[in-house]
Design a protein around this ligand. Structure first.
Ligand code: SF4
Length: 255
């Protein structure tokens, strides 16, 4: 597996994304370090710093909304055909204090320059209950939100969130979002979220959320904790079959 490096600019790509096609990335987090409220066991960017885990973001160099808008405006005319414009990058995009304004600006620039191309977000779901984040998400066409576990204990061991973030709060918030898509990464190792009991619990949470889509995948980069590893494609297909049976109207895909 390859190592993943941090994005070094606000706009990156277009990249050929497994899940989104030809996607122009928008990174609204610092270029020197990952900024995230999770510290996932499988994170491709390595472990999250203790400062971020304790929500100490003083001194981080975050781009202001005008800088993001200018960078996107300069990029869009020359990028060619796109399947997506995606807020992702060096951590959790909704963590930015001006996320709502940035989401609105990205949506407006898309309307002007690439009408019909969906604005997407890859989020870890940890901020889904914050009202300003919900306002920001209303500007996003495809809200692709993380849910890797169905049990609190497994969520804590897998995603290792900032203190106070619980699976129950996240599931409650996701259940209130319209047209939400769930992204779930499954892995194996001394801790796993892919045993039959774990999948049963995960399916129960999916039923509460009722997503329009479910993206199932595994690790394809070097993980933060080297004791965990990827699942086989056949194991992912089995999980997908169970998700389709539970949610017959959702678009469930393996990547
Ligand atoms: S949510 Fe994403 S960026 Fe944050 S620690 Fe997990 S995998 Fe890494």
């Amino acid at each position: 597996m390859e190592e993943r490096v941090l994005q070094t600019q606000i706009i990156y790509g277009p990249v050929n994304s497994r899940r989104l096609g030809r996607s122009l990335g928008v990174n609204i987090l610092p270029t020197e370090q990952k900024v995230c409220s999770f510290n996932c066991i499988y994170c491709q960017y390595g472990f999250t710093s203790q400062k971020c885990i304790h929500n100490d973001i003083d001194g981080l160099k975050l781009p202001i909304p005008a800088e993001v808008a200018e960078a996107l405006m300069n990029s869009l005319p020359a990028v060619g055909d796109l399947d997506a414009i995606t807020l992702a990058g060096n951590g959790e995009p909704t963590f930015h204090p001006s996320f709502r304004q940035i989401a609105e600006a990205v949506s407006r620039l898309r309307d002007r320059n690439k009408p019909g191309v969906p604005v997407c977000i890859l989020s870890n779901s940890s901020t889904v209950n914050e009202s300003s984040v919900q306002e920001g998400l209303s500007f996003i066409d495809r809200k692709i939100m993380k849910l890797d576990a169905g049990r609190e204990n497994t969520f804590q061991k897998t995603n290792r969130p900032r203190p106070g973030i619980t699976l129950k709060k996240i599931v409650d918030g996701l259940a209130r979002l319209e047209n939400v898509e769930i992204q779930s990464l499954f892995y194996s190792g001394p801790v796993t979220n892919a045993s039959p009991e774990e999948i049963t619990a995960w399916l129960e949470q999916l039923s509460l959320i009722n997503p329009v889509g479910v993206q199932i995948y595994t690790m394809d980069r070097v993980p933060a904790d080297h004791r965990v590893g990827p699942l086989d494609k056949s194991e992912l297909e089995q999980i997908a079959a169970e998700a389709r049976a539970r949610l017959p109207e959702a678009d469930v895909r393996v990547f």
